[in-house]
Ligand binder design. Structure first.
Ligand code: NDP
Length: 340
C-alpha cells in the first residue's frame, strides 16, 4: 500500500495541524437534496485515507456524516492504526445555532454523534445566522464567538476558528474578542486567490484552510460557461508534465507553498493517495508567477440564496435569489441519516 507523509502547520495556540486533510462534504444534488447515498463510499475512502497516512479530517454538523466519521475513527483506534491524539478532527457549528448557549449544545451533540470526548477544532461555519425556518436571525457573530470561547474554556475543543469570514468581519471579530481564531476556512483555489484575506490572516497568525481547493479544475465540476481554469488547460497540463504530477497535485502544492492548509474531498481511493502526494516537489518561481495569473475572483461556492441576509460575506450578484435548499435548513428532511 502506498503511504503518504503529510507535514504540519502550527496554530496560534501552539497545536499542530496536518497541512492537508480529508474533506467530507458529500454535496447536494440538483434538487438541493443531500447526497446521502454516497455515505458508504465516504466510509471506505476515509478508512483508506487513515490507513495511508491522513491524520486530519474536516467535517461539519451540516454534512450529516459525523456518526460515520466517528465510527471510522473508533475502528482505526481499535485496529491500532492510530491513537486519538494522532488525529486532528474539525467540525463546524451550523447557522441555526448562533446563540452563544446553542454553540455549546451543538458542540456537545457533535461530540456525542462522533463518540469523542474532545474535538481538535470547531469552526463557526458561516458568519450569518439563519433559523431552521429560513428566517434571518441577525445574531451578531461577535456574540456567537462568546459561545466558542466558552467551549474552548470548558475543554470540549482544543482550538476554535471561523469559516467564510471576509476581511472586514475578521478585523471586527479580532477587535472584539479575547481569543483570536486559530483558523479561517474559506474557498481558495487557482481562480480565487484571496490574496488580501490570506495576507491579513497570516499577519495575525490565523491559519488559512482552503476549501474547494480545486475550484472547477476537476472533470466532475467542469463548467464551460464560466472563466474558471479547466483541468485540461494546456498551461496546466504542461506544468504538471514538467513536475511529473497531475494538474490537481500542482493546484494543491501551490496552496501549500502559500502557507495554506487544504482539505480536498475525494471518494476515489487512488485520488486519496494522489492528493496527498504533493510534498516531494517544489513549484519554481516562474511557474508560481504563471499560476498567480489564473486568479480572477471567480467563486465556485456562491450561496446566493443567503445574499440578502445580515452578514452575508461575499459580494452580491445580480441573479434571481432562489429559496434556501431545505437540506441547508432542516436536518430531518427525509434525505438524511439519523441525525438531530
Ligand atoms: P474539492 O475541491 O475538494 O473537489 C471535490 C471534487 O473533486 C469531487 O468531485 C472529487 O471527485 C474531485 N476530485 C478530488 N480529487 C481529484 C483528483 N485528484 N483528480 C480529479 N478529481 C478529483 O471540493 P469540495 O467542495 O468538496 O471541498 C473540499 C472540502 O472542503 C469539503 O469536503 C468540505 O470538507 C470542505 N468545505 C467547506 C466549506 C465551508 O463552508 N467551510 C464549503 C465547501 C467545502 P471524487 O469524489 O469522485 O473523487
Amino acid at each position: 500500500m502506498s503511504k503518504v507523509t503529510i507535514p504540519k502547520f502550527q496554530l496560534n495556540n501552539g497545536l499542530e495541524i496536518p497541512a492537508l486533510g480529508y474533506g467530507t462534504w458529500l454535496g447536494l444534488n440538483e434538487k438541493g437534496e443531500f447526497i446521502v447515498e454516497d455515505a458508504p463510499k465516504l466510509v471506505d475512502a476515509l478508512s483508506h485515507a487513515i490507513d495511508v497516512g491522513y491524520r486530519h479530517i474536516d467535517t461539519a454538523h451540516l454534512y450529516r456524516v459525523e456518526p460515520e466519521v466517528g465510527n471510522i475513527v473508533k475502528q482505526k483506534i481499535q485496529e491500532g492504526v492510530v491513537k486519538r491524539e494522532d488525529l486532528f478532527i474539525t467540525t463546524k457549528v451550523w447557522n441555526s445555532d448562533h446563540r452563544p448557549e446553542d454553540v455549546e449544545k451543538s458542540v456537545k451533540a457533535s461530540l456525542k454523534r462522533m463518540g469523542l470526548d474532545y474535538l481538535d477544532l470547531v469552526l463557526m461555519h458561516w458568519p450569518i445566522s439563519v433559523s431552521v425556518e429560513g428566517v434571518d436571525e441577525k445574531i451578531d457573530y461577535v456574540d456567537t464567538w462568546r459561545g466558542f470561547e466558552s467551549v474552548l474554556k470548558q475543554g470540549l475543543v482544543k482550538a476554535i476558528g471561523v469559516s467564510n469570514f471576509n476581511l472586514e468581519q475578521l478585523t471586527r471579530l479580532l477587535a472584539n474578542s479575547q481569543v483570536v481564531p486559530a483558523v479561517n476556512q474559506v474557498e481558495i483555489n487557482l481562480n480565487l486567490g484571496q490574496n488580501q484575506l490570506v495576507e491579513y490572516c497570516q499577519k495575525n497568525k490565523i491559519l488559512v484552510v482552503a476549501y474547494t481547493p480545486f475550484g472547477r479544475m476537476v472533470p466532475s465540476r467542469l463548467d464551460t460557461t464560466c472563466p474558471a481554469v479547466r483541468h485540461d488547460d494546456p498551461t496546466m497540463l504542461n506544468m504538471a508534465k514538467k513536475y511529473g504530477k497531475t494538474v490537481q497535485q500542482v493546484a494543491l502544492r501551490y496552496l501549500y507553498q502559500r502557507g495554506i492548509c487544504s482539505i480536498p474531498k475525494t471518494l476515489t481511493k487512488t485520488r486519496v493517495v494522489e492528493n496527498a502526494s504533493i510534498f516531494d516537489f517544489e513549484i519554481d518561481a516562474a511557474d508560481v508567477a504563471t499560476l498567480q495569473k489564473f486568479d480572477n475572483n471567480y467563486r465556485t461556492v456562491r450561496p446566493v440564496f443567503w445574499q440578502n441576509f445580515t452578514n452575508y460575506p461575499f459580494d452580491k450578484v445580480d441573479v434571481d435569489v432562489t429559496e434556501i435548499p431545505i437540506s441547508l435548513r432542516k436536518w430531518k428532511n427525509g434525505a438524511n441519516l439519523d441525525i438531530d
